[in-house]
Design a protein around this ligand. Structure first.
Ligand SMILES: Cc1cc2nc3c(=O)[nH]c(=O)nc-3n(C[C@H](O)[C@H](O)[C@H](O)COP(=O)(O)O)c2cc1C
Length: 96
């Protein structure tokens, strides 16, 4: 399989892992995929249900995404993406 580029980033293994919400695709899966040369994806759906104790649901979601990105960055230098479904009520806040 041929590699492809996203901007100047080369995706050596041309696989983009699907975002899977409510705790399925977090930093662990995403960093494992990225370490194999693919694009690992962290899903934002339901992050506030996983990461509790930082305020209301929205604040937990934002804190959770920052935390998952931080952990993923500890585990890989590969390519990590974030999946934010437009249908989510907190889409704009998560994108920001
Ligand atoms: C358990 C599970 C959770 C999913 N959660 C999300 C999600 O949060 N966001 C999203 O865009 N797609 C979600 N999907 C859809 C997948 O990312 C993917 O698009 C879908 O499974 C089709 O890919 P496939 O044909 O390779 O299975 C989810 C799928 C599964 C199985």
């Amino acid at each position: 399989m041929k590699s492809f580029f996203i901007g100047n980033l080369e995706v050596k293994l041309p696989i983009v892992q699907g975002g899977m919400g409510v705790g399925v695709s977090l930093s662990g899966l995403a960093s494992a995929v990225a370490n194999e040369g693919g694009v690992g994806v962290i899903s934002c759906a339901g992050l506030g249900l996983i990461h509790k104790g930082h305020g209301d649901f929205l604040q937990n979601c934002i804190w959770g995404l920052q935390e998952e990105l931080r952990i993923a960055r500890e585990k890989t230098k590969g390519i990590i993406g974030v999946n934010i479904m437009v249908a989510l009520s907190n889409f704009a806040d998560m994108a920001r």
